[in-house]
Ligand binder design. Structure first.
Ligand code: SF4
Ligand code: SF4
Length: 117
């Protein structure tokens, strides 16, 4: 396991979970991820990427929501867990993310090459 991969697992575990409104995917859109995260996602065709971008959406969003939920990028996991990225539907975990962890996540994002998912 590479250092980036280990860091990714650690950070993922430290993001508090919460339950979204059923069927909601309002916060999904074009997002970026590190190559470590991209390697865990299924490949989408150029046409699928183009169609998603044209709709300001994500190529992994399906009719029933995120099709890669277990491997969704850090930025998707962070959404709703910090006052900086509030859920428009008012959903959030019981305890918001520890600001130190949030800073570590932002450092990880800055230090890894981010590409459009
Ligand atoms: S975080 Fe909020 S906006 Fe995003 S999917 Fe969940 S309920 Fe919807
Ligand atoms: S990876 Fe999943 S959660 Fe993240 S934007 Fe795409 S569909 Fe939404």
């Amino acid at each position: 396991m590479t250092r980036n991969s280990e860091m990714l697992q650690v950070l993922r575990r430290k993001i508090p979970a919460f339950t979204c409104e059923p069927g909601c995917h309002d916060c999904c859109g074009p997002v970026t991820a590190s190559s470590e995260e991209m390697a865990r996602l299924p490949i989408r065709t150029d046409a699928e990427h183009a169609a998603a971008l044209a709709a300001w959406s994500c190529p992994h969003l399906g009719p029933d929501g995120c099709r890669v939920y277990a491997e969704r990028p850090l930025i998707c996991r962070l959404f709703g867990t910090t006052p900086g990225l509030p859920c428009p539907r008012g959903k959030c975990p019981e305890v918001m993310i520890d600001p130190r962890i949030e800073r570590r996540i932002h450092r990880y994002l800055e230090q890894t090459r981010q590409v459009l998912v």
